[in-house]
Write a protein that binds this ligand. Structure first.
Ligand code: URP
Ligand code: ZN
Ligand code: ZN
Ligand code: ZN
Length: 484
């Protein structure tokens, strides 16, 4: 037959347009788009369905120890299987710098673990100690090998970097061409408030959101933007939860700075009320930054719609409720400050964004594709190989059943985590088939994922990470020179 695979009769949705077309695949790539294509050795019937680029989830924690204690509940195999069953075909997760292990060796260990991945993957390098060896040797070398993004944390005792260290990291990124991603919250303010809350006997999960109100996010977001402007370095602000922080980002973007940002499904559907339960239940919704209010959910949608928040990621951070080394690693009666932070969400990301976005009339189909796939592929240097249904692109495709009603529950998910924060939530729209580099990984309820199928995606320098070439003063602090 003419093609290895033909996805036939569907409506192809890209971030730019919608067209009725068959998709012809050969050797893992899309080689033809058009009506009435010839036969494929394999055929996927997409009539009445949407054919969209497979999801690109550019923020997920896989097989990584928590910054706040607790063992990650998933391996690369289980996490990427659940991603694929939810329509996602590429993930960018983390290779963290670890105490007592050289950075290069630490990252190499993550490449080993990732060999069980079912879908393609790339890494953000987490830097928590920008010492001379890291800044001078390891990091430039790793960036050169295709790890074109760095993650830094402004909070978490074990991971946070101070402003001076942030500037060092921004400098290495600018010199070597990498994007800097940031968890932006004011650490000292959180620590101070946590001590005060605990001293007042307020230990419950409800107080997680009291120790870190929106202003700690707004302040750190603004501070990070200012430091990035000082170094003329593009950055991505992770998991924006509120209008206050998004407003700072929009202001920076309107001034022409290369400041990008994401939000996550949990901030569309969870609120601080979910934390106001007994610890066993409340812990299921405990993540950072904290879920806010319904008013903030609506504010976020407006910033997504206007493009200030360019993509929606899962921030998948799975810790089991029932494991002694999971959410409650510090004991069953641990205060909110010693419960592992994070919620699982690789598999539910696209269905929740489709339901809350498209079904509820907040997003067009093209916008859905943009925020779940194309924008992340562009921002992280994977486009047009990923994030597009186009001739020459990898055949990473989700065939979407826009009518299918599903009640999200632990029973139907493929992750290894022992709960979902979305238990009982009904959504319309679910992947009917997920195809990665031409292989069908998920179809009509059957999981055909194979551990080891995923490949590392090395990333070359690209436009989004190029600096503007404009510093606040005539002095270039990276080159050490003064402009004429
Ligand atoms: O609550 C969140 N976002 N957790 C992920 C970060 C971590 O590893 O604690
Ligand atoms: Zn590598
Ligand atoms: Zn974070
Ligand atoms: Zn995260």
């Amino acid at each position: 037959s003419e093609y290895d695979l033909v996805v036939r009769g569907g409506t192809v949705v890209n971030a730019s347009d919608i067209v009725k077309a068959d998709v012809g695949v050969k050797d893992g790539r899309i080689v033809a788009l058009g009506e009435k294509l010839g036969a494929g050795a394999k055929e996927v019937d997409a009539s009445g369905r949407l054919v969209m680029p497979g999801g690109v989830d550019s923020h997920c924690h896989i097989d990584q120890p928590s910054s706040t204690g607790g063992r990650n509940a998933e391996t690369f195999e289980t996490a990427t299987r659940s991603a694929a069953c939810g329509g996602t075909t590429s993930v960018i997760c983390f290779a963290p710098q670890q105490k007592g292990v050289g950075l290069a060796d630490g990252v190499a260990a993550y490449h080993e673990r990732a060999k069980s991945a079912c879908i393609d993957y790339s890494f953000h390098i987490v830097i928590n100690d920008p010492n001379d060896a890291v800044v001078g040797e390891d990091l430039p070398k790793l960036i050169g090998e295709g790890h074109r993004s760095i993650k830094l944390f402004m909070t978490y005792a074990s991971n946070r970097v101070d402003d001076g260290q942030i500037l060092r990291i921004l400098e290495v990124a600018r010199r070597n061409q990498a994007l800097v991603c940031v968890h932006a919250e004011n650490h000292d303010a959180i620590m101070f408030m946590t001590e005060k809350l605990l001293a007042a006997g307020l230990n419950g999960t409800k107080y997680h959101s009291w120790c870190k109100p929106a202003l700690v996010e707004r302040e750190a977001t603004y501070r990070m933007i200012a430091l990035a402007e000082l170094m003329d370095q593009p950055i991505q602000i992770f998991h924006v939860t509120c209008g206050e922080a998004a407003e700072e980002i929009r202001r920076a973007q309107q001034r022409g700075l290369k400041i990008y940002a994401e939000t996550c499904p949990q901030y569309f559907v969870l609120t601080e009320k979910d934390l106001d339960r007994d610890a066993r239940e409340g812990a299921k919704f405990l993540c950072s930054p904290a879920p806010r209010t319904e008013a903030e959910q609506e504010a976020l949608w407006n910033y997504v719609k206007s493009g200030t928040l360019g993509n929606v990621t899962s921030d998948h951070a799975p810790y089991n409720i029932g494991d002694p080394d999971g959410k409650f690693w510090a004991g069953d009666n641990a205060p909110f400050s010693s419960i592992a932070n994070g919620v699982p969400g690789l598999e539910t990301r696209m269905p929740i964004v489709f339901h809350e976005g498209v079904v509820k009339g907040r997003l067009s189909l093209q916008e859905f594709v943009a925020v779940t796939s194309t924008n992340a592929a562009k921002l992280f240097g994977l486009h047009p190989q990923k994030g597009a249904i186009a001739v020459g692109a990898d055949a990473d495709i989700v065939v979407w059943d826009a009518e299918k009603k599903t009640v999200i529950s632990q029973d139907i998910l493929h992750h290894a985590t022992d709960y979902t924060p979305y238990e009982g939530m009904e959504v319309t729209g679910w992947p009917a088939a997920t195809i990665a580099r031409g292989a069908v990984l998920w179809q009509d309820g059957e999981d055909m994922c194979e551990p080891g199928y995923g490949r590392f995606l090395a990333r070359e320098p690209y436009d989004y990470i190029k600096p503007r070439g404009a510093f606040p003063t005539p002095f270039d602090p990276v080159a050490g020179t003064v402009a004429e």
